[in-house]
Design a protein around this ligand. Structure first.
Ligand code: PAF
Length: 280
């Protein structure tokens, strides 16, 4: 595996592969890699000749007061994990490589960014799509793999690619869970031992809620309110809990069939997100 910080070197290597007719899969990350990220890398490797992974903790997607400065940076350990997965190229741009000058032009997401995570983190998705667009322009992949863990992010990136005619195929990879059901996340490392024990309750409640819907409950507003209270009573501070349509993430009604329960809840200062797609 080659590790490259410089954009010019990245372009040269990618062009070399292109001349050989090889296809390129890309997995953008912010590092602190866990089994969830490695599942994305494995999926990427199964779909293309070459795999490029980037690690860049993107400041523009952190809101004021969020954890940008303390975000776990574990470059050496990450590089070892990726080398073991036979990744071809690890792109590790410095801040000045990604943002050499204050940006005059950037991307803005419409209505889809005003709900769920976007409502609690204003500007977050604008930062995400802008950096992903820049990374796509640098790597020029045939396809890019994103985790369904960040369900809204994946939906927004699909819309970016469709709306802006970007020549890259977006692949969604299933969420990976710890053995007790907690969705894997770099932020799980912030949890205290006590919070970590409690954290799987989030997924347990999502499953219970899904089961009640599958059993025929149609009073979804009451049901959601009840489950918000369950979450809060368990020790979480619920940010949002919603039943949405998979295709456009609008609020679902009992007339809809392809659904996803979306949730974000805080344990202390740590904000956990989770989701559960299902068909009824
Ligand atoms: O999902 C992430 O880790 C980030 O939002 C991404 C897509 C790498 C953009 O910085």
């Amino acid at each position: 595996m080659q590790a490259i910080r410089n954009r010019q070197a990245l372009t040269e290597l990618v062009q070399q592969w292109r001349r050989l007719g090889e296809t390129i899969a890309f997995v953008p990350t912010m590092g602190n890699l866990h089994a969830g990220h490695l599942a994305l890398v494995k999926q990427a490797a199964s779909l293309a000749d070459r795999v490029v992974v980037s690690i860049f903790v993107n400041p523009t997607q952190f809101c004021p007061g969020e954890d940008f400065d303390n975000y776990p940076r574990t470059e050496q350990a990450d590089a070892e994990k990726l080398a073991a997965e036979n990744v071809d190229l690890l792109f590790l741009p410095m801040l000045a490589e990604m943002y050499p000058q204050p940006a005059m032009v950037s991307l803005t997401v419409g209505e889809l960014a005003n709900r769920y995570c976007g409502n609690s983190r204003p500007g977050h998705f604008d930062g995400v799509v802008t950096v992903v667009c820049k990374l796509f322009n640098m790597v020029q992949p045939d396809l890019a793999v994103f985790g369904e863990k960040d369900f809204q992010q994946l939906a927004i990136i699909r819309r970016m690619v469709a709306d802006l005619n970007m020549p890259v195929q977006i692949i969604g990879a299933p969420l990976v869970r710890e053995s007790d059901g907690l969705a894997m996340s770099s932020r799980n490392g912030y949890l205290t031992a006590e919070q970590r024990k409690l954290a799987p309750v989030l997924y347990q409640l999502l499953q219970r809620l899904r089961n009640e819907i599958l059993d025929g409950r149609e009073d979804w507003d009451d049901l959601l309110e009840q489950y918000r209270q369950h979450l809060n009573a368990a020790g979480f501070k619920t940010d949002y809990l919603a039943i949405s349509r998979v295709d456009d993430l609008l609020q679902a009604t009992p007339k809809d069939h392809d659904l996803v329960i979306l949730a974000a809840a805080c344990l202390g200062k740590t904000r956990l997100i989770d989701n559960l797609p299902f068909h009824r």
